[in-house]
Write a protein that binds this ligand. Sequence first.
Ligand SMILES: CC(=O)SCCNC(=O)CCNC(=O)[C@H](O)C(C)(C)COP(=O)(O)OP(=O)(O)OC[C@H]1O[C@@H](n2cnc3c(N)ncnc32)[C@H](O)[C@@H]1OP(=O)(O)O
Ligand SMILES: CC(C)C(=O)C(=O)O
Length: 560
Amino acid sequence: MTMLQNPSVKYRPFPTVPLDNRQWPSRVIDKAPRWLSTDMRDGNQSLIDPMDAVKKNRFFDTLVKVGLKEIEVGFPAAGATEFDFIQNLVRAGRIPDDVMVQVLTQSREDLIRRSFESLEGAKQAIVHVYNAVSPAWRDIVFRMTKAEVREIAVAGAKVIRDEAGKRPGTDWHFEYSPETFSTAELDFSIECCEAVMQVLQPTPERPIILNLPATVEAATANIYADQIEYFCRNLPNRDSAVISLHTHNDRGTGVAAAELGLMAGADRIEGCLFGNGERTGNCCLVTMALNMYTQGVDPGLDFSDIDAVIETVEYCNQIPVHQRHPYGGELVFTAFSGSHQDAIKKGFEAHEQQNDELWRVPYLPIDPADLGRNYEAVIRVNSQSGKGGFAWVLEQDKGLKLPKRMQPHFSKAVQRMADETGRELNAADIWQAFRHEYHLSRPQHFQLVEYEEARAADGTRIFSGKVSVKGEERSVSGRGNGLISSVIATLRDSFDLALEVNDYSEHALNKGSDARAAAYVECVTPNGDTVWGVGIDEDVATASVRAILSAANGALDLQP
Ligand SMILES: CC(=O)SCCNC(=O)CCNC(=O)[C@H](O)C(C)(C)COP(=O)(O)OP(=O)(O)OC[C@H]1O[C@@H](n2cnc3c(N)ncnc32)[C@H](O)[C@@H]1OP(=O)(O)O
Ligand SMILES: CC(C)C(=O)C(=O)O
């Protein structure tokens, strides 16, 4: 019998970083970094069908609208689609003065020259060169020594320097990425970056961007932060470099790594909207920016119409944004479960009453309105829901504010419907259950056949009307607060139904129908059962009579 070997023997733990007295764990993010969107490059190169010019133009405009000031628009040496798009973007004058476009190229002479050509005429631009530096790439991809790999970077830097020198009309900036930084020896990455700096001679006034990628995320986010702090401490002329981070999400912690890396000393973040990018994607710029926002730090990016951003991203990438994607997903502000709904509803009520603007609504880390979302989908109802859930839906949809004591009563009807249908109940379902339960729609035993409300000279309400049951009609009338007891007396004297009122409330309505008032009454039947009634009408008096008749109908339903 052969023993199956545990597949984990193929892997080794990631080595820790020799960093004494690390500072990043006690730092906080208190200002926005420089952001670069690589949607149109890293994002684009990972798509099944890369974007055409129409899609790229739309994406570019959205990024500008969101507030991105640095945008990697492509890999011009990849082919005509990329090259022509970039050249047209420049020539058409579509790049705002405060936006810098960036292009990526391998550290190969022909490709670098082609990249410069694509930017001919740009006011300002960043040329980004990369070569992988880690052992696996050195051994397997390049089959080169460390010195030879460093020389790829140096040779590329020289071509960049010369090409820029030939094109003085553009304000050139440079970025160098020791690709696979996070899986390389830290001192070798520093050696390559230092060698590139020696060629390009950056200064604090005109720094080089050194971008430190977790090309494939291979360790926990704290290890990446250690690597960034180590790099920042040991890079000569640190003040002549902008330290940029480019994380991927292979272990699911691309955003966390970028956040901790920022705490460890970085200045700039590269990523994609909703985390598109190679394999599991890049750091999600939406998540990272809005994480900052929820800490009271202005990220400098505007997601106040997040649905418009999603529409562009989904159209251009042809990949849906996941329903549970942080901040943007369709379900991320929705609670189906009872205890969540209860807390959210109470949170909104408390929020309306508080005097400051602090956001403290339980289960909602951000105000959906800040992202252009409304509160309607915050609570949705299914068999996991509680009374707070459908009360919220009725309030949002119809303006009805069910008394707290009444909610458990209606809850049974909703729960029955949810269990019977086995699906989510929408606002129309809940309204139907409500109308059915309180005799608002189906033929009733008791009906109000004539009614009129007037005001006496002193302002007191005067009500008169007729009630019928099974063809028998009786007059009801009353004034002011005496109205309810006169209807109760009519029910007792004319129809032999002796109800006692236990609880009564009413409120004005401002949405949901032409009606302007709702009344709720809790009655006790001669058998000791509790019945609830609801009345909705143009005036409060008629609504309250209807509420009692609704309870009377409920009482007749209970009779054997
Ligand atoms: C981590 C990242 O996302 S990096 C960005 C990757 N993005 C892209 O590759 C998208 C655009 N790329 C392309 O369209 C194509 O790769 C092109 C047109 C640029 C080049 O295509 P090709 O000339 O066929 O080369 P290819 O990309 O296969 O690269 C292979 C060669 O380049 C070398 N190479 C790879 N990366 C680099 C680099 N950064 N610097 C220098 N040489 C490199 C390889 O060692 C290999 O050399 P060899 O042929 O001597 O073995
Ligand atoms: C080119 C670099 C920045 C890259 O995309 C990566 O390493 O993932």
